[in-house]
Every structure is written in C-alpha cells, then in structure tokens.
Design a protein around this ligand. Structure first.
Ligand code: PRP
Ligand code: URA
Length: 209
C-alpha cells in the first residue's frame, strides 16, 4: 500500500490556517496555496537520489553532488491544481508540466476528464500530481489512471487537505502511489465538501462564484 504522509511543518500548518479562514481574500489565498506547494515540494523531494559530478570552481577542480535519477513532470489537476504549480516550480524550475482537466459532477460527485496534455517523454519521467483537495478521491484516481495509460510508472500525489475517504480510495485503486498532504481533515460531508476544509478551492483561487 502507498504511504500517506502528513507534512506538518509549522510553516505549512500556519499558512494552512490562514487559507482556511473564510475571510481570506482570493489574492492572499492564491499566494499562500503556491507557498504551501513550494514548502511541500521541499519535504517531498528530501530523498531524491544524488550523484557525484566533477566541476571546476574559480579556485580549482572538485567533486560535488547533483540530483540524479528520473526527470520530473508536475501534473496539476485543473483548475485548482494550478494554484500549487508556481510554488512547486520555484523549487524545481527545470520540471516539465503536464495538465489534466477534471471537474466533479455536483450531484453524483463523479469526476469527468475534459483535457489532457502531457510532455512526449512523460512515460520516462516521475510525475508529481498536485491538487489542493482530495475529497472522495475520484478526480485524483482518474488523473493517476490517465498517467498510467500513457506509460508513467512512478507517480506521487500532493494535496493540501485530504479526507480520510479520499486517502483510502487512492490506496485501494493505486497502491503504488505515495500521498502527501498538509493536513488530514475529519470528514467528508454529504455534499462532497471536506470538513473543516477550506471551501471550494477552485472558486477561492480564481475568485469565481
Ligand atoms: C475539486 C478539487 C479536486 C476535486 C476533489 O475540483 O480541486 O480536483 O474537486 O474532489 P474529489 O476528490 O471528490 O474528486 P472541482 O471538480 O471542484 O473543479 P475545479 O478545480 O475546476 O474547481
Ligand atoms: N473540492 C473542493 O474544492 N473543496 C472540497 O472541500 C472538496 C472538493
């Protein structure tokens, strides 16, 4: 079964509380979702493999470390995943970006895919799927399945707020995928929203509604 890790660094917890507040403006919400995305990336990449590399400083030759292994593709789930993207790219500027568009039917809570554009070499890359909310898990499960269909073998999922049901759903359908969250919340309400959550992440990011 994939690991589920809550990244409870004090800075992440503090920033998450700010965006949970209903009076937080879209402007501030957007900025902080990006910042948390960056801080989470810092923690998620802690065990990236390194290799020795010969370089020359102005003072002479030396052996130093650089990141080895597979190149990364960041996969934001539209729309709300876009909010985390710049923060992640601040940490890994050389990553490629593949986007996947999903919306949930408000009645049935079933996800629908409406767009997918991946780098040509995505199958050879590690993918980090990002979305602020993991509620029923339907959207993330479908996004992960779309990556696997394109040959991707190495996938991680990063969310800000996870509902226990969503975590279980990913672990059941994609046991090879590790999940990282800034918080695991209490409950999934009957209307599909997470409690206490932070409301509709897409609407708050983009000022819609
Ligand atoms: C939200 C959120 C996730 C999904 C989570 O997107 O950003 O993608 O719901 O719910 P689930 O785990 O039950 O699938 P939404 O469908 O509201 O679209 P949006 O990002 O365009 O607002
Ligand atoms: N999508 C959101 O934006 N918020 C929730 O609480 C659940 C799904």
């Amino acid at each position: 079964m994939g690991k589920f890790t809550v990244l409870d660094h004090p800075l992440i917890q503090h920033k998450l509380t700010i965006i949970r507040r209903k009076e937080t403006s879209s402007n501030e919400f957007r900025r902080i979702v990006g910042e948390i995305g960056g801080l989470m990336t810092y923690e998620i990449t802690r065990d990236l493999p390194l290799k020795d590399v010969e370089i020359e400083t102005p003072m002479g030759k030396t052996t130093q470390k650089e990141i080895a292994g597979k190149k990364l593709t960041i996969v934001p789930i539209l729309r709300a995943g876009i909010g985390m993207l710049n923060g992640v790219l601040d940490m890994i500027p050389s990553a490629k970006v593949g986007v996947i568009g999903m919306f949930r039917d408000e009645e049935t809570l079933e996800p629908h895919e409406y767009f997918c554009k991946m780098p040509n070499d995505v199958a050879e890359r590690e993918c980090l799927v990002v979305d602020p909310m993991l509620a029923t898990g339907g959207s993330a499960n479908m996004a992960i399945a779309a990556l696997k269909k394109r040959g991707v073998k190495d996938i991680k999922l990063a969310v800000l707020v996870a509902a226990p049901d969503g975590v279980k759903a990913i672990q059941a359908e994609h046991p090879d995928v590790d999940i990282y969250a800034a918080a695991e919340d209490d409950d999934l309400l009957d209307n599909g929203y997470i409690f206490p959550g932070l409301g509709d992440a897409g609407d708050r990011l983009f000022g819609t509604k």
